[in-house]
Each structure stands twice: as C-alpha cells, then as structure tokens.
Design a protein around this ligand. Structure first.
Ligand code: ADP
Length: 499
C-alpha cells in the first residue's frame, strides 16, 4: 500500500499527516514552536526551529507507516508570506523569519503608496500594498542585517517562504524552489506572466539572485535526501495554506468557493484561468498550477480578522461561556438577537470594509438584552462578515456562486452554518474530511505522481457531512444585511490613530 505524506507548516505549529488512497487520515503528528515578539507589532520565527519541528513530525508520521507501506510522494503546504533569508553555503538563516503578521514595514508601504505605486502593484501582483506580504520584509532584512545586502548581490544569500525553506532542507540544500501560489504572495511576482518581475524587484530593491525558481504547485519538483528521512521520496506538491485548502475542498471549477472558519475567516473563490483584479478591495492570487497544463487557476481572496476569535472573546473577555462549544446552545436559547448587533472590529475591519480605525461595537441593546442575545449576535457577526466578503467576490467575479464549502474549527457549529446559508443565500456544505489544507497538499502531490488518476477521482472522494440550505427569504435577508451595515457604519473610524 502507498500513502501520501502532507507537511503542513503552520503559523503556530508544524504538522505531518499521512493519507491513504481514499483521502483518509492514517497518521498525524503535530509540534508547536516558539512565537517571538521582539517589539510591539513584530512577530518572528526561528527558521531552524521550524525545520526541526517539521522534521520531527515527518519522522513521527513515517514511523506510523503501516507495515509494508511506502510513501508515494510528499506534498507541502505552509503559512504564507513569512520571510526567511539564509546563507546558501552553510544553510544557516541570517536572521529570524519575519512572520506574515509582522507590521514593521507598514511605514515603508505608506511611503510607496504616497509615491503613487499602489495601483501599478495591484495590477501586476493582484495584491494590496501591505506589510503582510513578503516584498518589504525581504527588503527590510537586506537593509538591517549587517553585510547581507552585499552578500546577496554576490549570490550568497537565498530567500524563501516556508515552502522553499522546507524543500531546501529536505533536499540537503540542493533545491531552491517555490510554487506559483506562494510566489504570488511576495509582491514580486507578476500574476499575468507567472514570473518574477524586474520592475517590482527594482521597486523593492531586491536582487534577483536571492529568489527561488518558481515551479508548478503540482509536479515533481525535488527528491528528499536519503539522510534526511531515511529514504528518498519525491516532493511533488506545494501550495500556500489557503490555496491548498481550496484545492482540498476540490473547488476546481470557476465560481466554486470555500470559507475557512478559524481565528479569522479566509474565503477563496476559484475565478478560472484568468486573474480578476478586484474592484472591492479583495486580493487576487494564484490558486495553483500543474506541470501537466499551461497557465494557472486564479482565486479571489478576502479575509475577516475576527471570526472564531469573537467566540474566544465571549469566553475569555466577557466570560459568558466556558468553552467555544457552549456558544451554540446559549445562542439557541433565544429565537433571535432581539435586534442586537455585535461588530467585532476589535482589530479594525478587513475585506471588504478595510478600516483600521474601526473598533468593536455592540448596538441595539435594551433592558431585555441577555448574554444569550450577545452570543447569538456574535455568531451572526461571523456569518454577516463572511456574507459581505462573499457578496463582494460575486460582484468582482461576475459569477453567481452555487454553494459555499466550509472548514475550520468553527465550521462544526451548525447554527453558524445555517446563519451563513441564510445570510449568503446559497447552500453551505461541510465535508466529512475537514483537514482540507493538508489534504489539498496531498492531492497536488498525488496527482503529479499518478497516485490518483485525475481530478475526477478526487472529486468523487470528496464527501458531504452536512448541507445547510438557506431558509430565510430574500426580503428578510436584505433587511438583515442592511441593518448589519448600519451597525458596521457606526463602528468605523472610531479611533484617531492605529496605535
Ligand atoms: P486556527 O487554525 O485559526 O487556530 P481552528 O480552525 O483550530 O483555528 O478553529 C478554532 C477557532 O474556532 C477558535 O477561535 C474557536 O473560538 C472557534 N470555535 C471552536 N469551536 C467552536 C464552536 N463550536 N462554535 C463557534 N466557534 C468555535
């Protein structure tokens, strides 16, 4: 029997999952690593710790390989944008990795925006000019780690996001690659040509010599060094975590979309073979590509900052529930929110409102308001925020969405899923396997090595756990969303500065 090994290098932990031919989880190992906060607004990871945690869980999974089994290929998925530079000769990082959440280059982004570069950057990369992406993080490292810029100019330094870093180490420093989906999060990659862009490299002062070679997301890109995992295994799939989850949800056709309900929400919609540049401040990103086909699948992406985190706040901040699982029963103890709205703009508002100065607001309370109404309003807020992103996507893509596929920790809340179906006006579908990120990486790799015969076989594997049909009528839906938007307006521009 053959198996697929997925390596899921996340923001707080490294995981390894072994999948069998039916796409079921056979073994799973997970290891957390340190979050380093040097200053307010700065977040770093130790590159060596990331590698050792990933290696540890990969080995642990391989030890659980059923007798006589072997690994047909490895697929990699990873936290996106997190930026590392290392010495090509020694393989040692030159500094800690700058994590996607890190805000240290926000000022540099403002400067580039004031100089009028944002529109051109969006056109080429599909991204909003923001500190979130790798471009200004690489520039920062080149300018702040002593002597590194000169060494980079001489070709001695390599840049990589975590996908590249893992492949480098898995191959004993022989292969330096990234896939199109990860490349599309750097601000240096041209979405239309699917290649690094010299104009953008010039703008961010980044020498081409540091960049990895860009490879398709599905295709044999390397082989592990025998010393690392005890045997050589083909590395055949690679994609950023949200793109991998979209692939794992088998959103293969234009108009198919998935929403992941974790701390925040990440909604991605497949828009087909051509990038759609957003008019509603969503991101355009490469979904994935395959060695077997030209071009790539593109996605629109929108994120909500506070989703499951709103439930954490009910638990830890308000202390009206003891665990996240209690929220559904509490919310169901009342028939509606009593016209109460919670706008969880605790960290400003993301897509499509984008207001860093917005703050949380609880509106419409009366003497009759109870914690149950607030709990219900919190769940509604998660669904209403996602409904706003979903609507913006449909407008941008000019596609009528047929359904929304869901995953992530909060997707097991049935009431929340029903609210989502009602507020978005489309069926919400929860699959049986919710390990969609790792599964997506496994699918990408498995397709490249013939482990699965093709997308039809994978589509047949994807199974519904539960489907939530909208029951709310159109008039009620639009009244509800209009009331929500009134509440959102009240939360906007609340603080005077972002500090
Ligand atoms: P992440 O990967 O971002 O850490 P997970 O996918 O593990 O997130 O989901 C955890 C989040 O889901 C937490 O924010 C938690 O509050 C929320 N959550 C967990 N169970 C429920 C539930 N039954 N109802 C609503 N939210 C939940």
């Amino acid at each position: 029997m053959d198996y697929l090994l997925a390596l899921d290098q996340g923001t707080t932990s490294s995981r390894a999952i072994l999948f069998d031919h039916s796409g079921s989880v056979v073994a799973l190992a997970q290891k957390e690593f340190r979050q380093i906060f040097p200053k307010p607004g700065q977040v770093e990871h130790d590159g060596l710790e990331i590698w050792s945690s990933q290696l540890f869980v990969a080995r642990e999974c391989l030890q659980q390989l059923p007798a006589g089994g072997k690994v047909a290929a490895i697929g990699i998925t990873n936290q996106r944008e997190t930026t590392l530079l290392w010495d090509r000769k020694t393989g040692q990082p030159v500094a800690n990795a700058i994590v996607w959440q890190d805000r240290r280059t926000a000022g540099r982004c403002d400067e580039l925006r004031q100089a009028g570069h944002a529109a051109r950057i969006q056109k080429k990369t599909g991204l909003v000019l923001d500190a979130y992406f790798s471009g200004t993080k690489i520039e920062w490292l080149l300018d702040h780690v002593p002597g590194i810029r000169a060494r980079a100019e001489k070709g001695e330094i390599a840049f990589g996001t975590m996908d590249s870093w893992l492949v480098w180490n898995l191959t004993g420093g022989k292969v330096h690659v990234t896939d199109v989906s990860n490349a599309s999060r750097t601000l240096l990659f041209n979405l239309h040509t699917l290649a690094w862009d010299d104009e953008l490299l010039g703008l961010f002062n980044i020498p081409r010599s540091v960049l990895p070679e860009v490879v398709p997301s599905s295709g044999i890109m390397a082989e592990t060094d025998a010393d690392v995992l005890g045997t050589t295994i083909k590395i055949a799939g690679m994609a950023g975590d949200q793109q991998a989850a979209t692939f794992g949800q088998v959103c293969f056709a234009p108009g198919m979309a998935k929403n992941t309900y974790g701390t925040g929400c990440f909604l991605l919609m497949n828009t087909g073979a051509r990038p759609v540049i957003s008019k509603n401040r969503l991101l355009t990103t490469v979904g994935w590509s395959s060695e077997a086909a030209t071009g790539a699948a593109y996605c629109l992406e929108g994120s909500v900052f506070m989703a499951g985190a709103t439930i954490q706040w009910l638990r830890d901040g308000l202390q009206i529930i003891k665990s996240a699982d209690e929220v559904q029963a509490l919310a169901e103890s009342v028939p509606d929110t009593g016209d109460v709205y919670l706008v969880p703009a605790f960290a400003g508002l993301g897509a499509p409102h984008w207001d860093p100065y917005a703050r949380g607001a609880l509106l419409g309370m009366t003497r009759g308001t109870t914690r149950a109404h607030i709990a219900r309003a919190a769940l509604e807020a998660i669904a209403l925020q996602s409904a706003d992103v979903f609507a913006a996507m449909s407008r941008d893509a000019g596609l009528a969405l047929k359904e929304l596929r869901v995953d992530g920790g909060a997707s097991r809340n049935d009431l929340l899923m029903q609210m989502q179906a009602d507020f978005s006006g489309v069926p919400v579908v929860r699959p049986r396997v919710t390990e969609t990120t790792a599964l997506g990486a496994a699918y990408l790799a498995g397709l490249a090595v013939g482990f699965w015969s093709g997308s039809d076989e994978i589509m047949a594997q994807w199974q519904v756990d539960r489907r939530f049909e909208p029951v709310m009528g159109a008039a009620e839906r639009s009244a509800k969303r209009a009331r929500w938007h009134k509440a959102v307006e009240r939360s906007k521009l609340w603080v005077e500065s972002q500090g």
